[in-house]
Design a protein around this ligand. Sequence first.
Ligand SMILES: C[S@@+](CC[C@H](N)C(=O)[O-])C[C@H]1O[C@@H](n2cnc3c(N)ncnc32)[C@H](O)[C@@H]1O
Length: 346
Amino acid sequence: MQQTRMKVNLSGMPLTSLVTLYSRAKISKEHGSLFNDAKAVELVEQIDFYFSLLEKSGADFTFFANAARAMQLDNKVKAYIKEHPRASVVNLGAGFETEFFRVDNGTVRWYDLDLPELIEVRKQLLPETDRLTCIAKSFLDPSWCQEINTENGVLIIAGGLFRYFGEAEVRQFFSLLADRFPGCEIVFEAESKSSIDVDGSCGAYGAGWNDDEPEKRDAMQAEYMKAFENAWKMFFPQAQKDMMIGALTTSTRPRGTEWDDFKTWWDQLGAQEKSKAMSDFFFGFTCGCPLEDASEMTAWDDRITVVDQFPLFRNIPRGPSMSKSTRQFMDYTDEKGRIKIVHVRT
Ligand SMILES: C[S@@+](CC[C@H](N)C(=O)[O-])C[C@H]1O[C@@H](n2cnc3c(N)ncnc32)[C@H](O)[C@@H]1O
């Protein structure tokens, strides 16, 4: 008998967690030897959402980037709870992350924190247990700190969260952590400033748009445009198209919001204008707190020390099952230091 899927009505930022969930499920299904998130696969089957459109509207390397972040955070959590088996792990902006199920050692205390509308849905799909608690609050609301058991060490992880906030908010947040959880460790991903300054492509997914390596740029651009066309035609609501066109800083804009209008305009742009447009469209607004080097954070608050930082795709095998543009994206992103995993202590 077919199971009834759960309709999920989310919009805005909480919606982005369905994209990362789908990425983990997809990479698990297609590259199981690399990453295996059985719970994510299960959730995608339980949720009634237009995942098939996501499939058509995402480029492979974006799915990989989301899964790679999960892999690196998993490694960090496993190492921490090996040393502190009864620690508290707090996942900020948890969305539909299923990390607890990938790393649980049987004794860790786990907290998944996200906005109330997201947590309401999450709890129905992933019920709380004695060691797995949901917190329905913004991470910027300091009251969540009181809910954490601090007896056996605290590790905080945040994947795909800080990028949506400005540096001032993130700085203040780290000072809050230093006040409330002295000695706690925090692991998250950060994008580099130079990736924004140099080619205007905002690090993460713009990697490879540089003109100095046209072959890589063209391969990724082609993959992205294919995905983007599908998204534009099937997935983006009109309001989003209006917003994206409204955000353009290029000297010209499409005449309308039909795909043909977009394509005609796009084809006339030079490489630099294309880079600029991509940045404006996709990620210009999601790169709020870039870091060239994690050591910059020590100037935010002298209680912060850097434990580790490394490129997003470090030690992730470039398997033959990956497309050429995905492998190029991974190499390019790491070579340029575009996205890194940062591990600090307060
Ligand atoms: C890109 S998703 C990442 C989800 C998850 N970390 C993952 O990797 O699958 C961003 C998440 O941040 C959450 N979020 C946005 N603003 C937040 C806030 N102020 N406090 C807590 N969570 C927030 C969203 O609801 C969403 O679930």
